[in-house]
Design a protein around this ligand. Structure first.
Ligand code: T4K
Length: 415
């Protein structure tokens, strides 16, 4: 790992990368290995590997306690969790959803032949804009699917009020928001149901996994049955169901990760504060903030790059960082509405989504988590400072190099 002082040292201009190994966004946090391996031995000895096993039940009890939610149903991943929650809540027709989210949010609807109606976001929060939600309601609308993007709660109160007034169901994609709160209440308690992701790339993981949280006993019972093919007894099926079960290995990882949860958050918080300090005062870069009065997991370091102030754009910066082995990601480019099948269905959707369109061009997510040390953060901040403060000079050198390569290729062809 090396700090860089001169432009010539940048990887993109031929220098040696700052990091020998790739630094990823979403490197998994791993808790206590001995505890995990002991649990895995235990489940192997027990020969109980899946189907509502003892670790899954214990994990659900622990999650309920942590979130203060009556019912927590562990599932194999958040995508299937969303599909089950959406179906159990009786959604159909059209559901209003942001486009600035991971594609799974929209697919969970479309998979069930429910039309996702993309709604613009509030550029200040990156979350669905309640004013735009209200405009998108039609006689076919049955629900709203909000997303707590980056773990920052969306405007839960306004959305709850809109849902109440229009008699709509309200579900939250809380994939990013485990151990976050809103108004002092843990995420998991809002809407009809909230769905968390415990994918390997989340700060809290169960390898693959998710959780449906709800305080509605009837809905919880339906979700539970639908998670297991709809079986309500050995030979009795009550609903159409799927296989959405979490397995015992994942639950063992979940229980072990829970024991290190606060430690993971502390590391994320430390990295976040260091990024905040290291990037402060650089024109054209804005770091998304978290509400320190609430519980946050700080799992995403989200930058917005303003080209008019820096001379280079988000994609240039990403290329510069990748050349240093910093694999920053432009989540959630280009927006669900520009991906298939939605792009073909609604080729003009971008006209209704100006804030989304603008943000997808500006956002860059940086590595954090327990695999990222303060030294890593210091070097990354140094690289960003250099890249953004000397953007036009870097651009010019790249242009010169491209021209030189072009001339060289033409000369070789002639020779
Ligand atoms: N809703 C929202 C708002 C979501 O963000 C997501 C998932 C969902 C719903 C659906 O949740 P799940 O059904 O997955 O539970 C990743 C994740 O696969 C995805 O879970 C996550 N959101 C999304 C934001 O990120 P990709 O396409 O970026 O994954 P990938 O394979 O490029 O991994 C990201 C980086 O993580 C890699 O550069 C390397 C690193 N990595 C990854 C894995 C799997 C590791 O270091 N180790 C690993 O084991 O989607």
């Amino acid at each position: 790992m090396s700090r860089k002082d001169y432009l010539e040292e940048l990887g993109i201009l031929g220098g040696i990368p700052a990091f020998d190994d790739k630094l990823h966004v979403g490197r998994p946090n791993i808790g206590n290995r001995e505890r995990l391996l002991a649990r895995i031995n235990d489940l192997l000895d027990r020969r109980w590997l899946t189907n509502d096993g003892p670790y899954v039940q214990e994990f659900e009890r622990e999650a309920s306690k942590l979130l203060g939610v009556d019912h927590c149903i562990a599932v194999c991943n958040a995508t299937v969790g969303l599909e089950i929650a959406i179906r159990a809540a009786g959604l159909s027709g059209e559901v209003i959803v942001p486009s600035f989210t991971f594609i799974a949010t929209a697919h969970a609807l479309e998979w069930q032949e429910i039309t996702p109606v993309f709604c613009d976001i509030d550029p200040a929060t990156h979350n669905i804009d309640p004013r735009r939600v209200e405009e998108a309601i039609t006689p076919r609308t049955t629900g709203i699917l909000g997303v707590h993007l980056w773990g920052r709660p969306c405007d839960v109160d306004a959305l709850t009020e809109i849902a109440r007034r229009h008699d709509l169901r309200l579900i939250f994609d809380a994939a990013h928001a485990f151990r976050c709160s809103h108004g002092g209440h843990m995420i998991g308690n809002f809407g009809d149901a909230e769905v968390f992701s415990f994918h390997a790339t989340k700060f809290f993981n169960t390898f693959e996994g998710g959780l449906v949280a709800t305080n509605d006993a009837g809905l919880a019972q339906k979700v539970r049955l639908m998670r297991n093919f709809g079986f309500s007894g050995y030979d009795e099926v009550s609903y159409i169901g799927t296989n959405g079960k979490m397995n015992e290995m994942s639950a063992a990882m979940g229980l072990t990760s829970l024991e290190s949860l606060n430690e993971f958050v502390a590391v994320n918080h430390r990295n976040y504060e260091q990024y905040e300090k290291g990037l402060s005062g650089i024109p054209g870069v804005r770091l998304s903030t978290y509400d320190e009065a609430e519980k946050c997991n700080y799992q995403y370091i989200v930058l917005e790059i303003e080209e008019t102030d820096t001379g280079i754009n988000r994609d240039d910066l990403m290329e510069i960082l990748w050349a240093e082995n910093v694999i920053a990601r432009r989540y959630f480019y280009p927006g669900c509405h520009r991906m298939e099948p939605y792009h073909s269905y609604y080729p003009d959707a971008r006209l209704r989504l100006p804030a989304t369109e603008r943000l997808t061009e500006r956002v860059l997510v940086l590595p954090t988590g327990t695999a990222v040390s303060p030294e890593h953060v210091a070097v990354i901040c140094g690289l960003i400072r250099m890249a953004l403060s000397q953007g036009p000079a870097i651009r010019q050198r790249l242009l010169d190099r491209e021209t030189a390569v072009g001339v060289d290729a033409r000369n070789k062809k002639r020779a």
